[in-house]
Design a protein around this ligand. Sequence first.
Ligand SMILES: [Zn+2]
Length: 111
Amino acid sequence: MQCPECQSTHVNKNGHKKGKQNYICVGCGRQFIDCYQPHKGYSEEVKRECLKMYVNGMGFRAIERIKGVHHTSIINWVKQVGELLPDAYEPDTIPRVGELDELETFVGQKK
Ligand SMILES: [Zn+2]
């Protein structure tokens, strides 16, 4: 059992809620139930790895193949955190509209 908030496995049982086992995280105090689904979409770790690959010069398509993350997600992340990557970030590397269109075309053909 893992805390959805801090990923700590140091959790205690905390009674029942609506007939389901309730847990509480010792580390951060987060309460959650047995069947809680912590991740909608991708984890921060996957996100970081994808961004690192991108910063190191990999294309969106390559990252998508390797990590199984849809390239539009990666593009969004790059836009979101572009300012936070002072070492490698170049304004020119944000994909232009033309490149995005190419990607869409590529994905459309792949079937
Ligand atoms: Zn926690």
